[in-house]
Design a protein. Sequence first.
Length: 196
Amino acid sequence: MSVNLKKGQKIDLTKGNTGLKHIMVGLGWDEAKKKGLLGGLFGKKADFDCDASAILCGEDGKLKNIVYYGNLRLPDNSVIHMGDNLTGEGDGDDEQIIVDIEKLDPHITKIVFGVNIFEAAKRKQHFGMIENAYIRLVDIDKNSELCRFDLTEDYTGMEGMLVGEIYKKDREWKFGAIGQAVKNASYYSDLSDMYR
């Protein structure tokens, strides 16, 4: 049964669930509906191209690698990005990242999942213009959602988000709901640089 998390909450993923091997991390969002009669009358604005990334960190909390639209998989296939959604249209997950925790390099102890709006400053876009944003984790082998975190705060003026993290503590894998907005994050590297 899936657990709905609030910002700052944590959940054990492997304790009591020893068969967990393959985790699908789904991220979703929708462009907020235009308000008033004039919304959309003056031509279509640029699509919201939100980019999900997985920032892999070592025991020191520092960046060791990153998986994103320009580097879709690690050489050992332990983390695979399923592809870039350029518009965010449609129902369900907009982008998915697969994590094989058994294949992960043992020196990787944390994976932070971030989302940024591509060229947000140039396009004059921010997360206040997005709604229904979430992250969810699914046990692929059991086809069972483990947890979900809906981002419900007002993120006006923010171009990126550190949404959640999978991390290892006391030999168990856990998930933490972060929900930290980042003001200047038009590119995935703006998020990953926070861990350098």
